[in-house]
Design a protein around this ligand. Structure first.
Ligand SMILES: Nc1ncnc2c1ncn2[C@@H]1O[C@H](COP(=O)(O)OP(=O)(O)OP(=O)(O)O)[C@@H](O)[C@H]1O
Ligand SMILES: [Mg+2]
Length: 537
């Protein structure tokens, strides 16, 4: 019969108690030099009585910032072993609830064997009580796995077994992995250890169904493959194993769809970072540390999240502002928003600072409708290594959509559609909407007809708009010319008036100085003349 760790302990327990008792006596009655000597022998004796080694694998390392990879690997490894021997297990649904994984429950024990060597695994959970006063009960728990084995197998355990469980654990994880879509939460409730919440990632987008220029698509795929296999290369060049993509283009051109396609292609988790919910730079850093490897960090509409000075941007109409003032919930939200202090430099550090190298194999993707609004520093190479323009629907992109939505490779309207797509701008989202059958059994002909109609309408509208704009521009030009003529006229009049004024003032000065004008002396001059005459007489 196999002896459990509990039984083992009971047997050695009484012997150990005796040793401890003897040690206590020695501590009290023997002089210090002798005590050290006796201690050493006591240690040896304990070793003889309890010749087992225990290694602890805590769940969190580094001040609880990141979950230990070894802990996760052991958990996955034990999921396969515990089904055989453990009596209490925990079940978790994975892969769209199609399968269950069973793991060892807390404070449970499992006996394992590796190449004839017996190993005891125990899982422990310790609740840490928070001494400081809090309204909420503390939920700080410390989990760990203990691996116990006989001293004589030290070599095999340390040299091969640990490596074996890491490999095995990782492969189990890969098999059962349900990819996740994470979002950050502004409210850090006490019962959540992490600032990220997640749901299973189930977006069906694939590169195959993504409508865009085929060469460009292949370029992106090649870039991603190179990145995925680039661990050694990044190490060689001394660069953190991460890559930034900037997706820009008008709404409805497939930026979000592209992110989902990348996530599915790379088999990465997605962390959708909502910057407006992050309180400050240090919270941003904490979020970054919690992000696992093999993940995509997404910041959508980056131009709307931060302005160039790093302050929150939230332009609202006056009407909206008034409404918010009356709504207490919105007011509270606004208050909270005011407290958000993520700066541009905080964001730059998030992407490229030393903390960004904690963990590897990460893609950072920004999306924007207005690339020109972004700060140069934010999108420089090294931060956003690849800039991808998602543009209006081309004919090549349309063909992909036609296959996706109607399973049609060629249709007589293709030539017309090709021509119309060159003449007008329509987003893939609009093309897709027109191609999609609107009721069960709608003929493909009708769908293409609808698309041609929509493209023609769009072309007409664009033409009308261009004409209106040209008209408006012409009118504005005319108004500008009229304004310029008016200004010139006014300037001329002002100049003439000034000249006239100058002339008048020169006459006035001349009269004041007694210069005869038209042979008549001024009154003052005459008076002055009299005075002079009087003085002479
Ligand atoms: N290039 C594309 N390939 C396939 N489907 C597309 C493409 N572009 C758009 N679509 C379809 O249109 C819808 C909207 O696209 P998506 O949300 O990816 O646009 P976006 O560029 O992210 O827009 P926004 O800038 O408004 O966020 C998607 O659900 C998808 O079905
Ligand atoms: Mg989008």
């Amino acid at each position: 019969m196999v002896m459990t760790m509990g039984e083992l302990w009971t047997q050695v327990g009484s012997l150990m108690a005796t040793v401890v008792f003897v040690c206590a006596i020695i501590q009290q009655y023997f002089p210090v030099p002798l005590r050290a000597h006796i201690d050493r022998y006591a240690h040896k004796l304990t070793g003889l009585l309890y010749p087992y080694i225990t290694i602890t694998f805590p769940e969190y390392t580094g001040e609880r910032l990141r979950r230990s990879e070894a802990f996760t690997a052991i958990q996955n490894y034990l999921a396969t072993r515990s089904t055989i021997r453990a009596t209490r297990m925990r079940a978790e649904a994975v892969k769209n609830s199609k399968s269950l994984i069973l793991s060892m429950d807390d404070n449970e024990e499992v006996i394992d064997e590796y190449e004839g060597v017996k190993i005891w695994w125990t899982s422990t959970k310790v609740m840490l009580t928070n001494k400081s006063f809090s309204r909420y009960p503390s939920n700080d728990e410390k989990r760990s796995y203990q691996l116990t084995f006989h001293r004589q197998h030290r070599e095999i355990i340390l040299e091969t077994f640990i490596h074996h469980i890491m490999e095995e654990g990782k492969s189990v994880e890969k098999k059962n992995r349900q990819r996740k879509l994470y979002m950050n939460s502004s409210k850090n409730e006490w019962w959540h250890k992490s600032n990220w919440r997640h749901v299973p990632f189930e977006h069906p987008a694939k590169f195959r169904t993504l409508a865009m220029d085929p060469e460009m698509k292949q370029g992106i795929i090649n870039d991603l493959i190179k990145f995925k296999n680039g661990k050694e290369y990044y190490e060689k060049v001394g660069k953190a194993w991460k890559r930034g993509y900037l997706l820009y283009g008008p709404p409805g051109t497939g930026k979000s769809t592209m992110i989902a396609a990348i996530a599915n292609f790379m088999e990465y988790d997605v962390y959708d970072l909502e910057l407006t919910s992050v309180k400050d730079n240090s919270e941003l850093k904490k979020l970054l540390i919690e992000i696992s490897n093999k993940s995509i960090i997404v910041i959508e509409d980056i131009d709307c999240s931060l302005d160039l000075t790093g302050q929150r941007k939230k332009k609202k109409t006056e009407d909206e502002g008034d409404k918010e003032m009356k709504d207490p919930v919105k007011q509270a939200e606004k208050e909270e928003e005011k407290q958000s202090k993520v700066t541009l430099s905080g964001l730059l550090n998030f992407i490229d600072g030393i903390w960004s190298a904690c963990g590897g194999e990460r893609l950072i993707i920004f999306t924007t409708n207005h690339k020109e609004k972004l700060d140069e520093a934010l999108i420089r190479r090294g931060r956003m290594d690849k800039h991808i323009e998602m543009s209006y629907c081309s004919f090549a992109a349309f063909k992909v959509l036609s296959m996706n939505y109607l399973d049609v490779e060629w249709h007589e309207s293709y030539h017309r559609i090709d021509q119309l797509l060159k003449e007008t701008e329509m987003t893939p989202a609009d093309v897709a909407e027109n191609l999609m059958p609107k009721y069960e059994g709608e003929e493909t002909d009708e769908c293409f007809k609808r698309l041609v109609g929509a493209l023609e309408t769009a072309k007409e509208e664009a033409k009308k708009k261009a004409e209106e704009e040209a008209e408006a521009a012409k009118k504005a030009e005319k108004e500008k010319e009229a304004e310029a003529a008016k200004r010139a006229e006014k300037e001329k009049e002002e100049k003439e008036a000034a000249a006239k004024k100058d002339e008048e003032s020169s006459i006035y000065t001349a009269e004041n100085n007694g210069i005869k004008c038209n042979g008549v002396a001024t009154k003052e001059a005459k008076e002055n003349g009299h005075m002079e005459n009087d003085q002479n007489s």
